[in-house]
Design a protein. Structure first.
Ligand code: CUA
Length: 185
């Protein structure tokens, strides 16, 4: 079969481009944690505040007994709640997002955080932050007139500092509870 040299050249160039794109997707998926959302978990959007997992006291950063960190956030026109969270560097964090009204998206620049938050579903993304700093949490799906102003922020601090501040927070909570106990006596 005769193939014109110019045609051959373009066949090779297009094959090269396809291989390059596949390689970029694979590298992002395997080394940068950029994956298609795959967590199919449903929730009743109208009753989020009554749900066990996403009631107000349970939002924000939670640390399990085994040290796993989970962040639960509710997206609603026009913010992510809570408005600010504090996270440690170099630690795996599991984010769980739900919407209380319409379709939102969440994007944290310079991280792998980018997912739609579809009402009725829980969006889950694992992330970690190599460097301390202030990371904006932005909505990237048009959700209404206030869409431009829909953002919250994550403050990432060194993990030692974070652990220490956690301990003081817990100590403060405990003394508050003790004080309340002695007042009642
Ligand atoms: Cu929420 Cu745009």
């Amino acid at each position: 079969m005769h193939i014109d040299p110019l045609e051959k050249k373009w066949v090779l160039i297009s094959l090269g481009m396809v291989s390059l794109f596949v390689a970029i997707i694979m590298i992002d998926a395997l080394f940068h944690g950029v994956n298609a959302p795959s967590n199919v978990e449903t929730i009743d959007s109208r009753k989020i505040h009554l749900s066990k997992e996403f009631n107000e006291d349970n939002l924000g950063v939670q640390v399990a007994d085994n040290g796993d960190i989970t962040v639960r956030m509710v997206a609603g026109r026009y913010a992510f709640f809570p408005k600010q969270i504090i996270l440690p560097t170099e630690t795996k964090v599991t984010f769980r997002w739900v919407s209380m009204d319409v379709l939102h998206g969440v994007h944290m620049p310079m991280t792998n955080m980018s997912t739609m938050i579809v009402p009725g579903y829980v969006a889950q993304v694992e992330s970690s932050f190599p460097r301390p700093g202030e990371y904006p949490i932005l909505c990237n799906e048009y959700c209404g007139l206030g869409h431009d102003h829909m953002w919250s922020k994550a403050l990432v601090i060194e993990k030692e500092e974070w652990a220490a501040s956690r301990a003081t927070q817990n100590a403060m909570l405990n003394t508050a509870i003790e004080d309340e106990g002695s007042n009642n006596e």
